[in-house]
Design a protein around this ligand. Structure first.
Ligand SMILES: O=c1ccn([C@@H]2O[C@H](COP(=O)(O)O)[C@@H](O)[C@H]2O)c(=O)[nH]1
Length: 274
């Protein structure tokens, strides 16, 4: 099954556009796990078990594992997701971008080592840095387009005088991803929930692409405005929340609290479809 088919399946089955972000930070774990990087799998597995029927996808952010030498726990976590929620795709948030020969290794890492269904990429180095990922048939690749952080404006909102129509950089990325770069229909775009006007613009330029939209929850993005700007019946949006779900409670009830927050966010997003 392709990434897109998995996404559509999970969206329908779980009535969800909510992506549960897995950004484990041991100092924020509840007392019985606190500070113990050996328990990253245990913490994340409890979150997965509590939210898997509410999610369109899971998004582990690789830095939170690598920083703690917990890559083997990430492999274990993906296996756990596969066995408990085989219909929910895994998006590895790695934001890779490098020359082709190195990109081949990063693609192997994402799709073979971690068995991810999709990966996030920086398009900054151009098409030959993206192409190695597209050789993995059926896998997805989300290109950073208009990111959720304020500093995204520094480059992404600069006008490209030499490109016909003089688009902003993020608009140009959206056009490339919808058009010439999307050789086998594997591309999607990352757009921040903190910028609903830009989500709407990206949706106009890329009407059929899946959008990965981080920024609701801890970053304060408006869930309803996000759906109105980006959701279309034939083009999925994948709205990520990480810390607001993971750390909804710092007590022993953390998994129940995570479920409540995931349910609340899932329902807010669904209600905004109108
Ligand atoms: O533009 C972007 C791209 C990626 N992210 C990632 O999403 C999550 C957001 O976490 P929250 O705790 O919900 O704020 C995190 O892994 C980021 O690296 C993003 O925030 N913005």
């Amino acid at each position: 099954m392709t990434f897109l088919e998995m996404l559509q399946g999970a969206q329908g089955r779980n009535r969800s556009m909510l992506c549960v972000g897995l950004d484990p930070e041991p100092t924020r774990f509840p007392a019985q796990l606190k500070g113990d990087a050996q328990r990253i799998f245990d913490f994340c597995a409890r979150i997965v078990d509590a939210t898997g029927d509410l999610a369109i996808a899971f998004k582990p952010q690789i830095a939170y594992f690598a920083a703690h030498r917990a890559e083997l726990q990430l492999e274990q976590l993906v296996r756990h997701i596969r066995s408990s929620f085989p219909h929910v795709p895994v998006i590895l948030d790695a934001k890779r971008g490098d020359i082709g020969s190195t990109a081949e290794q990063y693609a192997k890492e994402a799709f073979e080592r971690y068995d991810a269904d999709a990966v996030t990429l920086s398009p900054f180095m151009g098409f030959d840095s993206v192409q190695p990922y597209l050789k993995y048939s059926g896998k997805g690749a989300f290109l950073l387009c208009r990111t959720s952080n304020p500093g995204g404006d520094d480059l992404q909102s600069q006008r490209l005088a030499s490109v016909p129509g003089q688009p902003l950089l993020y608009e140009h990325i959206a056009q490339l991803a919808q058009g010439p770069w999307n050789l086998n229909g594997q591309l999607g775009l990352v757009v921040g929930a903190t910028y609903p006007a830009e989500i709407e613009r990206v949706r106009t330029l890329a009407p059929t692409l899946p959008l990965l939209i981080p920024g609701v929850g801890a970053q304060g993005g408006d869930a309803a405005a996000t759906v109105k700007a980006g959701w279309r019946p034939d083009a999925p949006i994948v709205v990520n929340s990480s810390r607001a779900i993971l750390y909804a409670s710092s007590g022993a009830d953390f998994a129940d609290a995570a479920r409540r927050e995931a349910l609340r966010t899932r329902d807010l997003l669904e209600a905004a479809k109108g």
